[in-house]
Design a protein around this ligand. Structure first.
Ligand SMILES: [Cu+2]
Length: 130
C-alpha cells in the first residue's frame, strides 16, 4: 500500500496536476505570522496589495485576537488604518486556530490583541502598492 501511494504521488508530481485541497476562494497566504508567547512573530511584515496574511495561534493555552479596529483599542496609538481601509477583527482565536485577511488598500496597518493590548501584544502590516 505504501509503495502504491508513492507511485501515485510520483505520477501526480510528473503530470504537473494541481491537487490543492483548498476549498472555496480563500487565497493562499503570502506569509504567516505566528502567535506565541503573547507576541506576533514577526511583529512587522511587508506585503503587496492583494496579498493574504495568515495568523496562526501556536499558543498552547491562550486565545488571542488579530484586531485592527480603532473602536476596540484601549490606546489610540496601538491601532492604525490607511485612509479608506476597513477595520477588521479575527474574533477569538483558540490555540491551533488560524485567521486569514487579504489586504487591498496600501498603507500601514497597526493591530493588536484585545485581551493583551496592555501587555504590548501589537503587530504591523505594511502594504505596498502593486
Ligand atoms: Cu493575545
Amino acid at each position: 500500500m505504501l509503495r502504491l501511494s508513492v507511485v501515485i504521488s510520483v505520477v501526480f508530481a510528473l503530470c504537473g496536476c494541481s491537487h490543492d485541497r483548498t476549498v472555496g476562494a480563500v487565497a493562499s497566504p503570502a506569509l504567516i505570522v505566528k502567535i506565541s508567547d503573547f507576541k506576533f512573530v514577526p511583529k512587522s511584515v511587508e506585503i503587496k496589495a492583494g496579498d493574504t496574511v495568515e495568523w496562526d495561534n501556536t499558543s498552547i493555552l491562550s486565545w488571542h485576537t488579530v484586531t485592527c479596529d480603532p473602536a476596540k483599542a484601549k490606546k489610540k496609538e496601538d491601532v492604525e488604518l490607511p485612509a479608506g481601509a476597513q477595520a477588521f477583527d479575527s474574533g477569538r482565536l483558540n490555540p491551533g486556530e488560524k485567521y486569514r485577511y487579504t489586504f487591498w488598500t496600501p498603507g500601514t496597518y497597526r493591530y493588536f490583541c484585545i485581551p493583551h493590548e496592555t501587555l504590548g501584544m501589537l503587530g504591523e502590516v505594511v502594504v505596498r502598492p502593486r
